[in-house]
Design a protein around this ligand. Structure first.
Ligand SMILES: *[C@@H]1O[C@H](CO)[C@@H](O)[C@H](O)[C@H]1NC(C)=O
Ligand SMILES: *[C@@H]1O[C@H](CO)[C@@H](O)[C@H](O)[C@H]1NC(C)=O
Ligand SMILES: *[C@@H]1O[C@H](CO)[C@@H](O)[C@H](O)[C@H]1NC(C)=O
Ligand SMILES: *[C@@H]1O[C@H](CO)[C@@H](O)[C@H](O)[C@H]1NC(C)=O
Ligand SMILES: *[C@@H]1O[C@H](CO)[C@@H](O)[C@H](O)[C@H]1NC(C)=O
Ligand SMILES: *[C@@H]1O[C@H](CO)[C@@H](O)[C@H](O)[C@H]1NC(C)=O
Ligand SMILES: *[C@@H]1O[C@H](CO)[C@@H](O)[C@H](O)[C@H]1NC(C)=O
Ligand SMILES: *[C@@H]1O[C@H](CO)[C@@H](O)[C@H](O)[C@H]1NC(C)=O
Ligand SMILES: *[C@@H]1O[C@H](CO)[C@@H](O)[C@H](O)[C@H]1NC(C)=O
Ligand SMILES: *[C@@H]1O[C@H](CO)[C@@H](O)[C@H](O)[C@H]1NC(C)=O
Ligand SMILES: *[C@@H]1O[C@H](CO)[C@@H](O)[C@H](O)[C@H]1NC(C)=O
Ligand SMILES: *[C@@H]1O[C@H](CO)[C@@H](O)[C@H](O)[C@H]1NC(C)=O
Length: 610
């Protein structure tokens, strides 16, 4: 178990911080029970070193030598633990024990600032507001397991007690809980804000555990006048999107980090904003800690934390990228070495602004604990002939699983083979385009004026999507994909059972891939194709001169439902393939795609003969 060294942090944060919280730490362990009812002053006057539990010594007397007493404004008594505004304290806690803190009224309203500070006192502090919002947050870093009948189960969560009455100076389970606020941690995190008018008393209490347990609790607590130091963002619509996965790897990307293209360069140059944690659904090590940054750091199976070694970090490649629709910056995570046929959670954590290499600053910065986002679930497949590809040179928006063959290509080579094929086909199209007058005068175009460049872009997007099909495991039961190449053997040599093969082969579309190239060159064996969205095709018709003779099959016609899929907002999963389309459904409210209305209008325009 690691406890961050207090000395260095205190010294560093005090140097940088103008505002000091005197958070008085009181201790209530059975061995110290007589102190429970003592007023604060009595406790802090005690010369006894205070011991928390398991010999963790919290007598900080030697540290005070480093303080200039004038900064604090008065001599700190022994046993008092001063904390900086937005600075976190980490502590061990045994089951059944309560640790108490106090935030003095004077520190909230800034009356006790030393004279030097008063001279350049901020207007914020001098206003002497009647009430001021105080943000209290905590994360559980270690959560014990309880041994019941030889099986380890999750222990109950810690509880936060808050009292604003001077009658209850150490709120906890032994007091009149109707006169205080009691909040149970959720998945190792708690956030509570209140409008303070006086002293605030805080207790963190570990529940009693009557069975044997595996470790103590360990948590981090912070108070702030600015915003929560530790945050959990539960908003609908994950911040992290599951692009696609195969049997052993996954590609995840964040949402656009900005919607304003002018910020792109700056964001691309800046440090990566997110850390990631991953957990196989069958592992229990993260139970009770899923909303806690330090809990994730301690217990997640896989992690990629900037500048910190972590478990499985070498299996995660993360970069900033502008790939995908819109060309806006996002952070991409490519993870290899996953178990097949498994459910995983990916948990994104946004670091505080403070640069991660400067951990001391980060720990005392506003929101320095970071923000944990709602987890994104994803699965790995059982079959091995669908392979995630990314970073294609020409088809740069393609980032999903494609039909592959382990015996012939690794994922990098596979991406190149497809990309080169698409590039060759596109060159033919360019030749056609050169032979017709592409740039028509504006008056000959309908209201949505399109240029040759629009035509090229639409054609390229369509071409890349149809020549690089999105692959699903043959054994998957997706409702929006169809069987392909059923007669060929899988790369491992097995064929489908002959009755199944014969039955499927009755449908011509199931017998072969869209392009002979795939069956003849790549030889992936049977797979399923998630069909491209029909609007990809309509957009070519819309954007390109009629003279190129490009047409699309219409819904209802025989070939339509083996060539194209349609968007279906109500569906819980993706219904058709579009470059940059994540498997995580982007909730309609959260997407805010300016082009969405326009795109969905296209099929209608087709019907109207536009
Ligand atoms: C604190 O006061 C502000 C403004 O007076 C109010 O908007 C806010 O809801 C209050 N917060 C709490 C937790 O009561
Ligand atoms: C734990 O048990 C002790 C003794 O029964 C009791 O005094 C204490 O309040 C309990 N603590 C909690 C957190 O329930
Ligand atoms: C705790 O573990 C010890 C040794 O394994 C065992 O003897 C004891 O019965 C256990 N206690 C409980 C409450 O399970
Ligand atoms: C989140 O989604 C649920 C279910 O779809 C819905 O009931 C809830 O109102 C949503 N919350 C927000 C904040 O959008
Ligand atoms: C994008 O950001 C720039 C400067 O950062 C600003 O001038 C511009 O108005 C912003 N554009 C939009 C659409 O918000
Ligand atoms: C594991 O995955 C299953 C199936 O998706 C899901 O129902 C369950 O809630 C997941 N469990 C955890 C701990 O995430
Ligand atoms: C990113 O922005 C582009 C352009 O606005 C948009 O097309 C795309 O859907 C956005 N991506 C996500 C994941 O919201
Ligand atoms: C973090 O960055 C945002 C945007 O750059 C800025 O508005 C905010 O003040 C910064 N917070 C801290 C604590 O530096
Ligand atoms: C060959 O691969 C297919 C598809 O991945 C799988 O269903 C089948 O069990 C494999 N056969 C053998 C003998 O491993
Ligand atoms: C894929 O194969 C190529 C050539 O055989 C090799 O240079 C490359 O390192 C391989 N890539 C991976 C990810 O194994
Ligand atoms: C496919 O559709 C059926 C019936 O509409 C539904 O019960 C099933 O859950 C769907 N499967 C998937 C994977 O969406
Ligand atoms: C395509 O549609 C026809 C009728 O419109 C239907 O008979 C056929 O089963 C469909 N094929 C697939 C693969 O959905």
């Amino acid at each position: 178990m690691q406890l961050s060294p207090l000395q260095s942090r205190l010294a560093a944060s005090l140097g940088a911080s103008l505002m000091i919280f005197a958070l008085y730490l009181l201790l209530f362990s059975p061995s110290f029970a007589s102190a429970t009812e003592l007023p604060v002053e009595n406790v802090v006057r005690s010369d006894q070193p205070l011991a928390l539990s398991d010999g963790l010594d919290i007598s900080y007397e030697p540290d005070f030598a480093a303080f200039d007493r004038s900064i604090i404004g008065r001599a700190p008594p022994v046993g008092v633990q001063p904390m900086t505004n937005n600075g976190a304290e980490r502590t061990n806690l045994d089951p059944g024990i309560t640790v108490c803190y106090m935030i003095e009224k004077s520190t909230i309203f800034g009356r006790d600032l030393p004279t030097e500070e008063r001279d350049d006192e901020s207007p914020e502090l001098s206003r002497r507001a009647e009430s001021k919002t105080v943000y209290i947050s905590a994360n559980t870093c270690l959560q014990p397991g309880v041994i019941k009948n030889g099986e380890e189960t999750e222990a109950p969560q810690l509880n936060l007690y808050i009292s604003t009455t001077n009658d209850i100076q150490c709120p906890g389970p032994s007091k009149d809980t109707s006169r205080m606020k009691v909040i149970e941690f959720t998945e190792g995190a708690v956030m509570h804000s209140l409008n303070a008018t006086g002293n605030i008393y805080i207790g963190v209490s570990a529940p009693n555990i009557t069975q044997n347990y595996t470790s103590v609790y360990n948590y981090e607590i912070a108070a702030s006048l600015d915003e929560y130091y530790h945050k959990y963002d539960s908003q609908n619509g994950s911040q992290l999107l599951w692009m696609d996965s195969d049997s052993s790897s996954v590609l995840l990307v964040t949402r656009n980090i900005t919607q304003n293209g002018t910020d792109t360069d700056e964001i691309m140059k800046a440090e990566l904003p997110y850390d990631i944690f991953m957990q196989n659904n069958n592992s229990r090590s993260l139970d009770g800690l899923r909303h806690s940054v330090c809990g994730l750091k301690n217990k997640a199976q896989l992690s990629a934390v900037q500048d910190e070694p972590g478990k499985g970090t070498d299996r995660i490649t993360t970069v900033m990228t502008t790939r995908g629709p819109g060309g806006l910056p996002k952070q991409q995570f490519y993870v290899v070495g996953l178990d097949s046929s498994s459910h995983y959670s990916g948990i994104l954590v946004k670091r505080a602004n403070g640069t991660s290499s400067d951990t001391k600053r980060a720990e005392s910065s506003i929101g320095g604990g970071g923000t944990v986002f709602r987890a994104t679930d994803f699965q790995t497949s059982s079959g091995t002939n669908c392979k995630v590809v990314t970073d294609l040179g020409f088809c740069d928006e393609i980032q999903y699983a494609v039909p592959g063959n382990d015996n012939k290509y690794n994922n990098t080579e596979l991406a190149n083979v497809y990309d080169n094929y698409a590039k060759k086909m596109y060159a033919n199209f360019e030749k056609v385009l050169m032979q017709i007058s592409c740039e028509a005068p504006p008056q000959s175009l309908y209201s949505l004026a399109r240029t040759c460049d629009d035509c090229r872009a639409a054609y390229k997007r369509w071409l890349c999507t149809v020549s690089i099909p999105r692959c699903e495991d043959f054994m998957s039961n997706g409702n929006f994909s169809i069987a392909r190449n059923v007669a060929q053997a899988f790369p491992n040599g097995t064929k489908l059972p002959s009755d199944q093969r014969k039955k499927l082969a009755e449908t011509p579309a199931f017998r072969a891939s869209r392009n002979k190239f795939i069956d003849e060159t790549i030889k992936p064996g049977p797979y399923k194709e998630l069909l491209p969205c029909d609007d990809l095709c309509y957009e070519v018709v819309q954007s390109c001169p009629a003279a190129i003779g490009f047409t699309c099959p219409q819904p209802g016609f025989r070939s339509f439902n083996v060539s194209y899929g349609q968007r279906f907002e109500q569906s819980a999963s993706v219904t058709c393939n579009y470059p940059g389309e994540a498997r995580t459904k982007i909730s309609v409210a959260a997407a805010m795609v300016p082009g969405a209305v326009f795109l969905s209008a296209l099929p209608l325009m087709m019907w109207l003969g536009l």
